[in-house]
Design a protein around this ligand. Structure first.
Ligand code: ANZ
Ligand code: ZN
Length: 849
C-alpha cells in the first residue's frame, strides 16, 4: 500500500486531505496503536480525560486529544510501548433531561451521541487503541464497578447514614448544590426544601491525611492544582474540648464539645456559639417558639457555607451559660449563631472577638465584651476597633499564659486540657465523606438489597451486574426506578424473604474514579488484573480541563488508595504527570438587534464586521470560551472538511502555550493549512537527493531535534512548532544536497506526531518502507549541538601552565580529559596520576598532583 500511495502522489504538488482517511484506515488495519506488552520496552500510559457524550465533539476536545496524541505518538517513536485509550463517561443527568424533553430513552440518546463523536474523533487521526473502548453505561463496565462497591462495602469503606439534601418538591428529586439557583430548583422553579434522607457514602475522610500529605509526592502536577486539593481537604490542628452547661435544660445535654485552632485565645472568650442544627439548638427550640422561629428564619435564607460567609451575622441568646474551663468562676452566654456550621468540627465554637473577625462582628452587634489577649510589643493597651487582631505577639490578660508567644500558648493550653481531662489536641479536616447516592435512573445501580429482617444486604457477586431496566418512563418527575412495576421487588439473598432493591444510583464521579484501571486491564471476570494494571499505571501523563482540578482528581486518588488498602492494586497515586490545558476561545458577534451571530454569518472587514445576509454592521465583542449560548462555536467537522486533520491539529498546538487559552481564528487555521502544504513541498525537495553537505543546516537540524524533543517532553507544543518553522525556512533556503535531504526527512519525523497524515504520505512518497508512526525518533548528535568555544586556563597545583580552547558547555569529564591530554600537562606531570582535578565550567581546570 505504501508503494501504491507513492505512485499516486509522487507528482502531486499538494497534499490532498482526502488522503487523511486512507492513512487512518491503514493504521487501523495494521493495528499500529494497539497497546501491547512489547517486552523490554518501557510502558507508558497517556490519558486525556474521557469525554461526556453530549452530542458532538467541540474544539476543546480537539485541543485536549491532540495534545495527548502528540505525546503518545512521540513516545511510540521513542521506543516505548504506549497505551493511549478512549472511552465515554456516559451516565448522567443530560441524558435524562433529553429523555424528558424528546421522549427518547437515555440509553438510545447516549449511544447515538457516542457513535457521532467516535466518528468525529476518528477523523482527527488519533493514535488510540480503539480495541479498549468502553462506555461507563455498558453493563459490563458498571457491573465491575458494582463488584468494587461491594468490596469497599465489605471493607467498611462504605457507610449509610442520614444527610441533609436539597429536595425539589415539584420534581420529587434531590438536587445537587449547582442545581439550586436562588433557592429554587433549576428545572421546576420550586422553592427547594432541606430534607434529611438516608444516603450512601464512600469514606474518603478515612484517607484525608494521606491524600493531603501525598500531594507533596506529585511533583509533576501543577502547583495550583495541588494547592486547590490541599485547601479542599483543609487540614486544621487545634483543641477539642468540652464546655459544661451551668444549669442544663431538664432532659437536655449537660455540655457540648467545641473545636478551636486558637486554644491560646481561650481567656479572650466572651461567648459560645452553636449551629442551628446542633442537638442543643434543637432542644432549645423544642422549648422556645422564639428560638424555633429564629432557626426557621436562618434556614430560609440559606445554609450553604458560601452563603453564610457573606450573610449578616445573627444570633439567638439561649439564656444558657457555660463554665470557662480555665477559670471556673467565669460564665459565657450560649448563642445559636447562623455562622456556625453543623458539619464542621463539632458544630460549636467559643467566640473570641478580639482575634476573630466573625466573632468581632457578632460581639459588636450583641454588645459582648472584646478583651484583647494577644498583642504585638507596645500594643498591649491598644483597644480593638472594627478589625480583629490576627497577627503574632505575646499573650496578655491570660493568667498562666501571660508572656508566652502564640504557638507556645497553644501548646500550653492543650497540655493543660489533656492533663485535666477536659480536652484533647485534635486534627480535623474540611473534607467530608463522599455522598454517592443519586435518586436518578441513568447511573450505576447501587448493588444492595434491603430486607426488613437482615437490613442492607449486598447483591451476591454471581448476580452482577444489576442491570438497569430498559422499560422505564420519564413522563413523571422523580426516579423511574422507584415506580418500575417489578424491578425493585426481589428476594433477600440472605433469608429468602421478599425484599427491595436499592433504587439509588451512584454519582457519575464514581464511574470516572477507576476507568483508567479498566483501560489498563480488561479481564471479563473481574474489574482488572492487578499485575497488568500495575504494568501500565500510574498514568505517565494525564491531560484535561482545570475544572476537574478538585473533585474528579481527588476522587480518583481516593478510589485508587481505597483499592490499595484492600490489596486490589499496588499503587496509591493514579496520575504521575498532570497537565491542565487552556480553553479554546473565539470572538463574539452581535447583530443590529443585539442577537448573537455565528462566525459563519458574518464577514470581517479589518477589525470591524458586517452581517452577510443583511450587510448591517456587526458588533464585535469579547473573545470568550466557545459556547453554544453565545454562538461563538466553530464546528470541528466543517473545519476538517475544508482543511483536513493535520491543519486543525497543527493550529491547536501552535498559537498559545498549552496551559493558556487559544483564540480560534480563520487566519490561524489558514496559516496551519499552508504549513501542511509547505511540508509536502519540503518532502519533494528532499526527494531530489544530491551530494554535498551544508554544515550550518546540519547544526540547525540537530538543534531542532534536541529542542523539539525537549519541548514535547515538557508539553510545550507551541515552542516545538516554532522550531519546526525555523527548520522549514532553512531547508527551503538550502541548496540541494545530502544535508537538505537529511533535514527534510528528519523534519517529517519530528512533526509526525503533530501532523501524522501528511507525514505518512510524504514518507511513502520518499520511498521509505514502513509507517512513519513506527519510525525511530531522531536523536541529536551532541557534537553538532555545541556552538561557541571558550578559553580554559589550565593550572597545575594552582599555577597557570597552559590554555585550551574548548566548546562552551562541554561536559565535565570531557573537559578533564582534554586538560590531561594537553602536551604541556603531560610533560610536567611526568607520568604521575593527579590526586584531584577541579573543573570550573567554561573557565579553568586545576590539576592537583
Ligand atoms: C476560637 C478562635 C479564636 C478561633 C480565634 C479562631 C480565632 P479553620 O482554620 O478553618 O479550621 N470554627 C470551628 N468550628 C466551626 C464551625 N462549625 N463553624 C464555624 N466556625 C467554626 O477554622 C477553625 C476556627 O473556626 C476555629 O477556631 C473556630 O474559631 C471556628 F482568635 O476558635 B476558632
Ligand atoms: Zn433477609
Amino acid at each position: 500500500m505504501a508503494d501504491q500511495s507513492r505512485d499516486e502522489s509522487r507528482n502531486d504538488s499538494r497534499y490532498d486531505n482526502a488522503r487523511d482517511a486512507r492513512w487512518q484506515a491503514r493504521w487501523e488495519e495494521a493495528g499500529v496503536f494497539r497497546a501491547a506488552d512489547e517486552s523490554g520496552k518501557p510502558k507508558t500510559m497517556i490519558l486525556e480525560m474521557f469525554p461526556y457524550p453530549s452530542g458532538r465533539i467541540h474544539m476543546g476536545h480537539v485541543r485536549n486529544y491532540t495534545m495527548g496524541d502528540v505525546l503518545a505518538r512521540a513516545r511510540r517513536m521513542q521506543g516505548h510501548a504506549v497505551l493511549h485509550p478512549m472511552g465515554w463517561d456516559a451516565f448522567g443527568m443530560p441524558a435524562e433531561n433529553a429523555a424528558m424533553e424528546r421522549k427518547v430513552h437515555p440509553g438510545e440518546w447516549t449511544r447515538a451521541n457516542i457513535a457521532t463523536m467516535r466518528q468525529q474523533l476518528k477523523r482527527l487521526g488519533l493514535a488510540i487503541d480503539w480495541s479498549r473502548e468502553f462506555a461507563t453505561c455498558d453493563p459490563d463496565y458498571y457491573g465491575h464497578e458494582q463488584a468494587l462497591f461491594i468490596d469497599l462495602y465489605e471493607a467498611g469503606l462504605v457507610d449509610r447514614r442520614d444527610a441533609w439534601v436539597n429536595w425539589d418538591p415539584v420534581d420529587n428529586t434531590v438536587l445537587a448544590n449547582e442545581q439550586v439557583i436562588d433557592g429554587r430548583g433549576w428545572r421546576s422553579g420550586a422553592l427547594v426544601e432541606r430534607r434529611k434522607l438516608t444516603q450512601w457514602f464512600l469514606k474518603i475522610t478515612a484517607f484525608a491525611d494521606e491524600l493531603a500529605a501525598d500531594l507533596a509526592t506529585l511533583d509533576q502536577w501543577p502547583e495550583k492544582v495541588r494547592l486547590m486539593q490541599e485547601n479542599w481537604i483543609g487540614k486544621s490542628k487545634g483543641l477539642k474540648f468540652r464546655f459544661r452547661i451551668e444549669a442544663p435544660l431538664p432532659g437536655g445535654p449537660d455540655g457540648f464539645d467545641v473545636f478551636t485552632t486558637r486554644p491560646d485565645t481561650l481567656f479572650g472568650a466572651s461567648f459560645a456559639g452553636i449551629a442551628i442544627d446542633h442537638p442543643l439548638a434543637v432542644a432549645v427550640a423544642e422549648r422556645s417558639a422564639e428560638a424555633a422561629a429564629f432557626i426557621a428564619d436562618c434556614r430560609a435564607s440559606g445554609t450553604a457555607a458560601e452563603e453564610l460567609e457573606t450573610a449578616e451575622k445573627k444570633g439567638f441568646d439561649t439564656g444558657l451559660s457555660v463554665v470557662h474551663p480555665l477559670d471556673p468562676s467565669r460564665r459565657l452566654p450560649v448563642f445559636i449563631a447562623n455562622f456556625v456550621l453543623m458539619d464542621y468540627g463539632t458544630g460549636a465554637i467559643f467566640g473570641c472577638p478580639a482575634h476573630d473577625q466573625r466573632d468581632l462582628d457578632f460581639a459588636r452587634k450583641y454588645m459582648l465584651p472584646v478583651p484583647r489577649v494577644v498583642a504585638a510589643a507596645g500594643e498591649e493597651t491598644l483597644p480593638i476597633g472594627d478589625e480583629a487582631y490576627t497577627g503574632p505577639g505575646k499573650l496578655i490578660n491570660s493568667g498562666f499564659l501571660d508572656g508566652m508567644e502564640v504557638e507556645a500558648a497553644k501548646a500550653a493550653v492543650i497540655a493543660r486540657a489533656e492533663a485535666e481531662g477536659w480536652g484533647k489536641g485534635t486534627t480535623i479536616f474540611r473534607l467530608r465523606d463522599w455522598g454517592v447516592s443519586r435518586q436518578r435512573y441513568w447511573g450505576t445501580p447501587i448493588p444492595i438489597i434491603h430486607c426488613d429482617g437482615c437490613g442492607p444486604v449486598p447483591v451476591p457477586r454471581a448476580q452482577l451486574p444489576v442491570v438497569l431496566p430498559e422499560d422505564v418512563s420519564f413522563d413523571r418527575p422523580g426516579n423511574p426506578l422507584d415506580r418500575h412495576p417489578t424491578w425493585r421487588h426481589v428476594d433477600c439473598p440472605s433469608c429468602g424473604k421478599p425484599a427491595r432493591r436499592e433504587t439509588d444510583t451512584l454519582d457519575t464521579f464514581v464511574d470516572s474514579s477507576w476507568y483508567f484501571l479498566r483501560f489498563a486491564s480488561q479481564p471479563a471476570d473481574r474489574p482488572f488484573d492487578r499485575a497488568e494494571a500495575e504494568s501500565w499505571l500510574p498514568v505517565a501523563q494525564y491531560i484535561g480541563g482545570v475544572e476537574h482540578a478538585i473533585l474528579h482528581l481527588l476522587y480518583s486518588r481516593f478510589f485508587t488508595r481505597a483499592l490499595a488498602s484492600i490489596g486490589k492494586i499496588g499503587i496509591t497515586e493514579p496520575f504521575r504527570g498532570l497537565f491542565t490545558q487552556g480553553m479554546v476561545t473565539h470572538e463574539t458577534y452581535k447583530g443590529a438587534e443585539g442577537q448573537w451571530l455565528e462566525p459563519g454569518q458574518i464577514e470581517k472587514r479589518g477589525e470591524a464586521a458586517i452581517e452577510i445576509a443583511t450587510g448591517a454592521p456587526v458588533n464585535v465583542g469579547r473573545t470568550e470560551k466557545m459556547s453554544k449560548s453565545k454562538k461563538n462555536v466553530v464546528d470541528p467537522d466543517s473545519i476538517l472538511d475544508r482543511y483536513g486533520a493535520d491543519a486543525v491539529r497543527w493550529f491547536m498546538l501552535s498559537d498559545s502555550p498549552p496551559e493558556r487559552d487559544l483564540a480560534w481564528s480563520m487566519a490561524g487555521i489558514e496559516g496551519a493549512h499552508r504549513f501542511v502544504q509547505r511540508l509536502w513541498r519540503i518532502a519533494r525537495l528532499a526527494s531530489e537527493g544530491g551530494e554535498g553537505r551544508d554544515e550550518a543546516l546540519d547544526r540547525l537540524l540537530h538543534k531542532a531535534i534536541d529542542g523539539i524533543t525537549q519541548d514535547i517532553d515538557r508539553l510545550q507544543f507551541n515552542k516545538a512548532v516554532a522550531r519546526a518553522y525555523e527548520l522549514a525556512n532553512a531547508i527551503e533556503k538550502a541548496k540541494p544536497g545530502a544535508s537538505r535531504t537529511e533535514a527534510g526527512e528528519t523534519l517529517l519525523r519530528l512533526v509526525a506526531p503533530m501532523v501524522p497524515h501528511v507525514a505518512e504520505e510524504a514518507w511513502a512518497m520518499l520511498g521509505k518502507t514502513g509507517l512513519i508512526a513506527d519510525a525511530p525518533w531522531p536523536v541529536a548528535d551532541p557534537a553538532l549541538l555545541v556552538v561557541d568555544e571558550v578559553t580554559y586556563a589550565i593550572q597545575m597545583n594552582g599555577k597557570l601552565r597552559d590554555t585550551l580552547s574548548l566548546p562552551k558547555g562541554l561536559p565535565r569529564p570531557d573537559v578533564e580529559a582534554a586538560a590531561l591530554a594537553s602536551p604541556k600537562v603531560q610533560q610536567l606531570a611526568a607520568g604521575a596520576t593527579p590526586k584531584k582535578v577541579i573543573v570550573v565550567p567554561d573557565r579553568l581546570v586545576n590539576i592537583v598532583l
